[in-house]
Design a protein around this ligand. Structure first.
Ligand code: FAQ
Length: 327
């Protein structure tokens, strides 16, 4: 559905039908749109919303795993987890930079996150209760992130598409390190296997929810698909993820907590049981189990970092003044 309300909302761009058709022609020809190109205001705003929320997800996503760095069971596990969490910080920074090319500042995006206006992925509102959760997050959460992000490497907006290439390579390492943790536990003592199963039980459904609402309730999908920001719908990606993940669980000897899960020969994919959409919307609207803690942690980091931003600005100002004096 075309969201006419968004188009030309700033009054800066002349969004005549000819302009919109010209833009759509570039999209249909698979041309990349670059920051200084003319673009409909709705396109710019959709990207700021999605890239900004994606960046917030990466940064907030550091918290559930950061919780376990000091308790990793060996030096090797600690080094890998530390590197993974640092990668997530890096992903957030590329993404904030990609969004900034569209004319929004990092401060504005952060204020929107802290005020609750901008969302971050629902998955990061769940607690990490055991070491097995470090494995399950890598396996399922990074696995779902890759499924969603590989198509974003072909997103029509150049800076977002290019950022996604490196991000996906790193997510692939994350997914493998997670799967290897779960495999070690699944092949370990009965208690370790039970820990892995308990973790899968808690993370399976929230991982499916990461792909967003059912297509019928996805307000942005149609327009984002037309603009080739999204290449697949939420349900299509969710289905691909289920089909890829069920054999991995079978290999581990773990049970996916869905009694209705069964192979459907006709569609060539798995049928699954109902997703608890009430839970999804509760979490998306800020009532997830860890929501308050996550925002509190981000607010503290932002406030504690104020002096660094001020010092960097003061330094830049001094350099500018010295340069002017020397001219
Ligand atoms: N959580 O119309 P749609 C990661 C919102 S990165 C919260 O379908 P759209 C790496 C949506 O924003 C994970 N909110 O929206 C990692 C919209 O609200 P709005 C993040 C959600 O944009 C791994 C409303 O519902 N990945 O995991 C969610 O077309 C491990 C209606 O929905 C990305 O951000 C949700 N799950 O499709 C890090 C990928 N789903 O904005 C650390 C890029 C929907 O109007 C550890 N984003 N909403 O207020 C996307 O592909 C899309 O934005 C979707 C949603 C697919 C998430």
């Amino acid at each position: 559905m075309y969201s006419q309300g968004l188009i030309g909302a700033d009054g800066r761009t002349e969004e005549t039908p000819e302009f919109l058709a010209r833009f759509q022609k570039r999209i249909d020809a698979e041309e990349k749109i670059e920051p200084k190109d003319e673009m409909p205001e709705g396109y710019r705003r959709t990207l700021i919303r999605q890239i900004g929320q994606h960046a917030h997800s990466e940064i907030v996503g550091m918290l559930p795993e950061g919780n376990w760095i000091t308790r990793a069971p060996s030096l090797r596990r600690k080094a890998a987890l530390l590197a993974k969490v640092q990668d997530e910080g890096g992903h957030g920074l590329y993404l904030y930079s990609a969004a900034e090319t569209l004319g929004v500042s990092r401060e504005e995006m952060t204020e929107e996150l802290l005020s609750g206006k901008a969302k971050y992925s629902s998955i990061f509102n769940y607690p990490t209760l055991s070491w097995a959760d470090m494995g399950t997050i890598g396996w399922l959460v990074d696995g779902a992130a890759i499924m969603n992000q590989i198509p974003l490497c072909r997103c029509s907006f150049g800076p977002y598409a290019r950022a996604m290439i490196r991000v996906c390579k790193e997510e692939s390492f994350h997914q493998r390190q997670g799967y290897e943790i779960v495999m070690t536990l699944a092949q370990g003592t009965p208690e370790q296997k039970a820990m892995a199963q308990d973790s899968l039980n808690r993370w399976w459904w929230p991982s499916l929810m990461m792909f967003g609402p059912h297509d019928a309730d996805s307000q942005h999908s149609d327009q984002s698909m037309a603009w080739k920001i999204k290449r697949f719908t939420n349900d299509e990606l969710r289905q691909k993820f289920i089909d890829a993940t069920v054999p991995q669980a079978e290999y581990l000897g773990l049970t996916i907590p869905d009694p209705d899960l069964k192979w459907n020969e006709d569609k060539g994919g798995y049928d699954h049981g109902p997703i608890d959409w009430d839970e999804f919307w509760r979490v998306v609207k800020g009532h997830g189990p860890m929501a308050k803690d996550r925002i509190k942690a981000r607010k503290k980091a932002w406030d504690d970092g104020a002096w660094v931003r001020e010092a960097a600005l003061a330094h830049a100002e001094k350099r500018r003044a010295r340069k002017i004096a020397a001219e």
